[in-house]
Design a protein around this ligand. Structure first.
Ligand code: ZN
Length: 347
């Protein structure tokens, strides 16, 4: 069981609200928005078996809130807010200075992996640092994160914030991130457990060229495969994959985790969920000549660019594919990057 210091930002006392925190385009003040999400997070965490301490109840001072977390020996602190100032999407802050930065960062990443699915894009810096007093770990004595759920002064975000079911979905996402983190931290209480110090598993196999794999075997109850920053569940979550997603597999470790490449981003997943197909070395190579920078797309003529290669780059040709017009694209690989290019730009 984990004791969680939870905070709905900007309570102004006696039912009053702080005018500075009125939502510019909405009708609600920030505290009201924060409290709606807070109540969902509290309910889910308590039903998950955790103890929730309301560190912000009846209190304006962020320092008092932070001290309340320490007095209650909380294992982590999450403060819930809504943002303003020309951005869009969620921003999660840990403290700029002081202790427990890496644990706080893992908590940030765990929550963001869930929260980003609720928002409609992001125009902020999602994993950020600030000197907010409520998340000062030197005072709270535990990993601490402030979640700005979305921007109250952005037309897209306020539409989302005011939409039916938003608080429920956002609260569930924050709670899921906290639950991921507490599972990962081993519920030790100190929050300082960091299995980055655990022995690195041995490399069992290196794939060269990188193998191809599709994600499979996920169930309805367990519908996402976490991509983590290291080979084990103690590492932070970078993103999530679903059944059918495709990755390049670079390395297999003795604990059956694999290092993978997903359109240019490297991470680690449990290999039980990968259908790994080794690839033969390239049959031929081509050189980018017809343009200064060439898009490598995830599917033939697809909208998603996996990466860009410059003129003069030598590419391995590993296959081909047809687009919806029936035109043939070359499937190429360059380092960890793989995808489709328009053949006119190479020779
Ligand atoms: Zn706020």
């Amino acid at each position: 069981m984990v004791k969680i210091g939870l905070d709905a930002g900007h309570y102004a006392g006696d039912g009053r609200v702080d005018k500075d925190f009125r939502a510019a385009l909405g009708t609600k003040d920030e505290y009201t928005l924060n409290l709606r999400v807070y109540k969902v997070v509290e309910r889910i965490l308590e039903s998950s078996g955790h103890t929730v301490i309301d560190i912000g109840r009846q209190e304006q001072s962020v320092t008092v809130r932070a001290k309340r977390a320490a007095q209650n020996e909380c294992d982590l602190v999450v403060s819930i807010h809504h943002n303003a100032g020309r951005g869009r999407g969620a921003t999660l802050f840990r403290h700029k200075n002081g202790t427990m930065g890496s644990a706080s960062r893992r908590l940030q990443e765990s929550i963001y992996a869930h929260v980003e699915k609720i928002n409609r894009g992001n125009r902020s810096t999602p994993i950020n640092k600030e000197e907010f007093g409520v998340i000062n770990c030197d005072v709270t004595k535990c990993p601490s994160v402030l979640v700005e759920c979305a921007f109250m002064d952005n037309c897209t975000d306020i539409g989302l914030i005011n939409s039916a079911g938003y608080a429920e979905r956002m609260g569930a996402a924050i709670a899921a991130g906290i639950n991921d983190y507490t599972g990962a931290a081993g519920n030790t209480g100190s929050g300082e457990t960091d299995d980055k110090h655990a022995p690195v598993p041995a490399v069992v196999k290196t794939y060269n060229p990188a193998a191809y794999a599709k994600v499979r075997g996920l169930t309805k109850a367990d519908s996402h495969l976490n991509v983590r920053s290291g080979p084990g569940t103690g590492h932070g979550i970078l993103r999530q994959l679903a059944n059918g997603n495709e990755v390049d597999v670079l390395t297999l470790y003795s604990n059956n985790w694999a290092k993978v490449n997903i359109v240019g981003q490297q991470g680690y997943v449990h290999a039980d969920y990968l259908d790994i197909q080794e690839r033969k070395p390239a049959k031929r190579i081509v050189t980018v000549t017809g343009c200064t920078a060439l898009n490598v797309r995830t599917i033939p003529n697809g909208p998603v660019v996996a990466g860009i290669v410059k003129a003069g780059t030598v590419l391995d040709v590993i296959g081909s594919g047809k687009d919806s017009d029936g035109d043939t694209w070359l499937q190429v690989r360059h380092g960890g990057l793989a995808g489709f290019i328009w053949p006119k730009y190479v020779e």
